[in-house]
Design a protein around this ligand. Structure first.
Ligand SMILES: Cc1ncc(C[n+]2csc(CCOP(=O)(O)OP(=O)(O)O)c2C)c(N)n1
Ligand SMILES: [Mg+2]
Length: 328
């Protein structure tokens, strides 16, 4: 049986302001990550950085369907999820630059951002490790009885980890309010999904856990939003998990050191996907006018300048602070 494939649709329950807010958040993620890449290349950000440029419709489509007290758990490629869930840009940029004012006081960096006040329960760099945590959060939410839902983001590569299967099964038998959101960007580092994964649509795997599985166009923010809304409603009704697979693409390499072209993909392949840039898709779908586009671009540029200035002017995190809040 083939997975259901959702097509592009406009929701009647959303206003034009909502559409423009979604578009603006996608642009904000794009600009934040372009800036991150620039700062990384200038040696200002230490450690590794994985940008999600090309995948913004996933972050925004999912988080637009959530309440603030719903939870997300994300991955090494999590800036977009964080921004879409409402994480403050100033403190996030400061975290990346290793400053004392960073969201996690510079102990997390790009791959370990968390913002509990916004329902963001962490970026987890161990591939697949966030899924058992999501099951645990689902159990806590079920016991709490307030109708909160946990969404866990993971990649095509992570869907081959045992933790995915164990977590899906547990959530299914206990009917836990968890949404499994797989961003199938077609690669795990340099390994194409067709070489790593026995099924063509990852959403088919939901059948093994007697749960709904749906594949959506991950470049279409509304398709992602609609599928998430339905999955969240189901979870809130106590009917258990849904697996959503969004077919998407990362326009940049796995991380900055990735040679990409030659070793595993071609420039032509990237260009083909860029024609379906989620920002272009949204501009067309929402009929964003030139004036609206200009206004949003101006606002986002201003917000980004403020975040970078805040981060750059903040003091470095003092070395001894690395040992604070350590439980042993
Ligand atoms: C358990 C584990 N194995 C290997 C790695 C190294 N690693 C980091 S990201 C990654 C690929 C993940 O691919 P995918 O889940 O598709 O996510 P994407 O990078 O495409 O967003 C790997 C193998 C890791 N961090 N954790
Ligand atoms: Mg991947």
């Amino acid at each position: 049986m083939a997975a259901k494939v959702k097509s592009k649709s406009a929701s009647r329950s959303l206003s034009r302001d909502d559409y423009l807010r979604m578009y603006r958040t996608m642009l904000c993620i794009r600009r934040f990550e372009e800036k991150t890449d620039e700062l990384f290349m200038a040696g200002r950000i230490k450690g590794a950085v994985h940008v999600s440029i090309g995948q913004e419709a996933c972050s925004v489509g999912v988080c637009s369907a959530l309440n603030q007290d719903d939870a997300i758990l994300t991955t090494h490629r999590g800036h977009g999820h964080s921004i879409a869930k409402g994480t403050r840009l100033n403190e996030m940029m400061a975290e990346l630059l290793g400053k004392a004012t960073g969201l996690c006081k510079a102990r997390g960096g790009s791959m370990h951002i968390a913002d509990i006040s916004k329902g963001h329960y962490g970026a987890h760099s161990i591939v697949g490790a966030n899924m058992p945590m999501a099951a645990g959060m689902g159990l806590a939410f079920q016991l709490e009885g307030k109708g909160r839902v946990a969404v866990v983001f993971f990649g095509d590569g992570a869907s081959n980890q045992g933790s995915f299967h164990e977590s899906m099964n547990l959530c299914a038998i206990w009917k836990l309010p968890v949404v499994f959101f797989c961003e199938n960007n077609h690669y795990a580092v340099s390994f194409h999904v067709n070489r790593s994964t026995a099924v063509r649509d990852i959403s088919l795997r939901a059948q093994s856990y007697n749960a709904p599985g749906v594949t959506v166009d991950g470049m279409d923010v509304m398709a992602v939003y609609e599928a998430t809304k339905e999955a969240v409603a189901r979870a809130r009704r106590g009917e258990g998990p849904t697996l959503i697979e969004a077919k998407t693409y990362r326009f940049f390499g796995h991380s900055r050191g990735d040679p990409q072209f030659g070793p595993y993909r071609t420039k032509e392949e990237v260009e083909r996907w860029r024609k379906r840039d989620p920002l272009l898709v949204a501009e067309k779908m929402f009929k964003v006018t030139e004036a609206e586009k200009k206004a949003v671009q101006g606002e986002v540029a201003e917000e980004m300048a403020v975040a970078v200035e805040f981060a750059e002017k903040s003091p470095e995190a003092p070395l001894p602070s690395a040992l604070e809040d350590v439980y042993a």
